[in-house]
Write a protein that binds this ligand. Structure first.
Ligand code: PLP
Length: 373
């Protein structure tokens, strides 16, 4: 047996968590949670103490994204996957169109395709590593795309579909892009995410920033008498959120950590600061890959390369899985690629929680490991 590769401590990042989700949670957030361990955790979510934290989270998210007039921050349980089902029942009137360019986009497509009360959606697809785009189509009442495809590391701008039918909605999956990438919310009707990515909290919630048109659509569909499972009823989520509550019990720690993180990000300078910090991390890792003899950015078109999640391919003869394994043994975790993409690759989260200096350190650790494999 060969000796295990030991990365010197002075080469290592301060924090070794580079996962795309769940992602790094700031120790300061966990310490703040510990300080309310006996006054907040284990207390009723129908009482003021918890409702104040839900309110802090909703207010903080609104401030962070510069919530346009009439838009509302809606929160419920089940993470983004539950939001897809909620939108299938409560936002799509009849026919949707999707831009699908990775695993996460594909999951929403499947939910809608399986719904017997909706028409088959139109789906524009691009292979892994590329981007697909929405196009105006008569009869489509809901368009849906992903801002950042976490499985491949492709990011696209959030933009309304020119020429769409009047009243058509745009839904943007911002689960991993939201908080790392710039956005103008007036360009979409629903910008939805979950707090275990850029918002450095834990999973289990979905957060949707909804336009007045989207809220109106939810009420109209509910009034139409369509069968909607109670847990997935968007109107219930809207009305509960307005009361600073969720329909059923939320994970109180997730709510608190997310509120704490949003306040921290707002104090640093909000979305402008966050997007700049992710861009710095992106410049560090893509710059390194461009200079490296063995690594190259997987996304060949620089305009599509994500500042939220970087995917880096390795040359034949350099086993990315072996690199990830050595990194993990040295406390640097979750650089493995999205499994189903099936590439000789590492994937690195560049969320604002991650320090750009740690991304630089990671590149030095990878070089160190490659030299010794
Ligand atoms: C992580 C992720 C999801 C899934 O989120 P869950 O909260 O686990 O359901 C959906 N879409 C994108 C783009 C993601 O990155």
């Amino acid at each position: 047996m060969t000796d295990p590769i030991r990365i010197p401590d002075d080469l290592k990042p301060v924090d070794g968590r580079f996962g795309s989700g769940p992602s790094k949670v700031r120790p300061e957030g966990v310490e703040a949670l510990a300080r309310v361990a006996t006054t907040f955790l284990g207390t009723s979510h129908r009482q003021k103490t918890v409702k104040d934290e839900v309110a802090r989270l909703r207010r903080g998210i609104g401030e962070f994204f510069g919530l346009p007039d009439g838009y509302e921050v809606i929160i419920s349980n089940g993470g983004t996957s539950a939001f897809w089902e909620t939108a299938t029942f409560g936002l799509i009137r009849e026919k949707a169109q999707f831009a699908e360019f990775g695993e996460f986009g594909a999951k929403f497509v499947k939910a809608v395709t399986d719904a017997p009360f909706l028409a088959d959606p139109t789906v524009h697809k691009a292979p892994g590593g590329g981007a697909a785009y929405l196009r105006a189509e008569a009869g489509v009442d809901t368009y849906a795309s992903v801002q950042n495809e976490t499985s491949t590391g492709v990011a696209v701008p959030v933009k309304r579909v020119t020429g769409a039918d009047p009243g058509a909605l745009l839904l943007t999956d911002a689960t991993s892009g939201g908080g790392s990438l710039d956005v103008d919310l007036t360009e979409t009707d629903v910008y939805y995410l979950a707090p275990q990515k850029a918002f450095g909290s834990d999973g289990g919630l979905w957060i949707a920033l909804m336009s007045p048109a989207a809220i109106d659509r939810a009420y109209k569909i509910k009034e139409s008498g369509r069968y909607i499972p109670q847990f997935l009823d968007l109107v219930t989520a809207i009305e509960q959120s307005r009361l600073e509550q969720t329909y059923n019990t939320p994970a109180l720690a997730t709510v608190f950590l997310a509120a704490e993180q949003v306040d921290w990000m707002n104090a640093q300078g909000g979305l402008a600061w966050a997007a700049k910090r992710s861009a710095e991390s992106a410049a560090a890792i893509y710059g390194w890959a461009d200079r490296s003899a063995v690594a190259t950015p997987f996304i060949t078109d620089p305009a599509l390369r994500s500042n939220a999640v970087a995917t880096i391919d390795f040359a034949d003869g350099v086993d990315a899985a072996a690199i990830a394994k050595v990194l993990r043994a040295n406390g640097i975790v979750d650089t493995e690629p999205y499994r189903k993409l099936g590439r000789n690759q590492l994937r690195v989260a560049l969320y604002p929680t991650v320090d750009p200096a740690d991304v630089e350190a990671l590149t030095r650790c990878i070089d160190f490991v490659v030299d010794r494999l």
